[in-house]
Design a protein around this ligand. Structure first.
Ligand SMILES: NC(=O)c1ccc[n+]([C@@H]2O[C@H](COP(=O)([O-])OP(=O)(O)OC[C@H]3O[C@@H](n4cnc5c(N)ncnc54)[C@H](OP(=O)(O)O)[C@@H]3O)[C@@H](O)[C@H]2O)c1
Length: 204
């Protein structure tokens, strides 16, 4: 077992320790993820990461994966339900495009201990909505309190009516199951993938 205190700059992820590893699953903290990913890719280990808050470094990590002919699957959310929600949200955005009387917004809620805000899923939703309807912005409001279940809601508020679409994660089993499915899927592949590649065989 590797504790965070033993793994500054991924120093515990040695070739010897990881010999014979078929695949790595990396769910840590934003400040640790990039060095962990660099080390795992340099060691040629297919890696699944669910850590959020580090994707500013994705271009650098992608270049490393390509240079090493490695394999990385990253996802801000490993639940199949969220990805179906994202598809429905993109469809909603296309339908509301050209209706400026509706104001769009994203609200995300999580437990008080969640470190990053907005959530990686909210940022992904915002990015995908922007690609579906460039004519408006999709501001995010974040709430961190108590033990709130992870919730993402897209709302279109018009002068006389409101339309909203929500996903609520009732427990964390869906994330664990998705990460394990990804860990079985990734070995033998080359490149950078998202959970949508696994679920739908395509990118968003
Ligand atoms: N993609 C998804 O579906 C999904 C779902 C849930 C969570 N997440 C994300 O996954 C990450 C972890 O979430 P969490 O709720 O499990 O966080 P958490 O409760 O803070 O746990 C983080 C774990 O990572 C370990 N860790 C931290 N830095 C490390 C390092 N440098 N080397 C090795 N281990 C290290 C910690 O070990 P110590 O106890 O030794 O410090 C701890 O066990 C967050 O970024 C969260 O947003 C993603």
């Amino acid at each position: 077992m590797v504790k965070s205190s033993d793994n500054t700059d991924a120093r515990a992820l040695t070739r010897e320790r990881l010999a014979g590893t078929d695949v790595a699953i990396e769910f840590t903290r934003p400040e640790a993820a990039v060095s962990n990913l660099e080390r795992l890719i340099e060691l040629g280990i297919p890696t699944v990461t669910g850590t959020t808050g580090w994707t500013g470094a994705l271009p650098r990590i992608t270049a490393l994966v390509e240079a090493r002919k490695g394999a990385l699957l990253h996802a801000a959310n490993f639940s199949a339900g969220v990805h179906l929600f994202l598809r429905a949200a993109r469809e909603l955005a296309r339908n509301f495009s050209g209706r400026p009387e509706f104001v769009a917004s994203i609200r995300e809620e999580h437990h008080a201990a969640k470190l990053d805000a907005p959530s990686g899923t909210a940022l992904l939703l915002q990015h995908q909505l922007g690609a579906s309807d460039a004519s408006r912005s999709f501001p995010i409001a974040s709430v961190r309190a108590g033990t709130l279940p992870g919730t993402h809601t897209l709302t279109y508020d018009g002068p006389h009516e409101t339309v909203s679409l929500s996903h609520v994660a009732r427990d964390r089993e869906a994330f664990a199951a998705g990460a394990l499915t990804a860990a079985e899927w990734l070995p033998g592949k080359t490149g950078v993938f998202t959970f949508e590649h696994l679920l739908f065989g395509e990118k968003a």
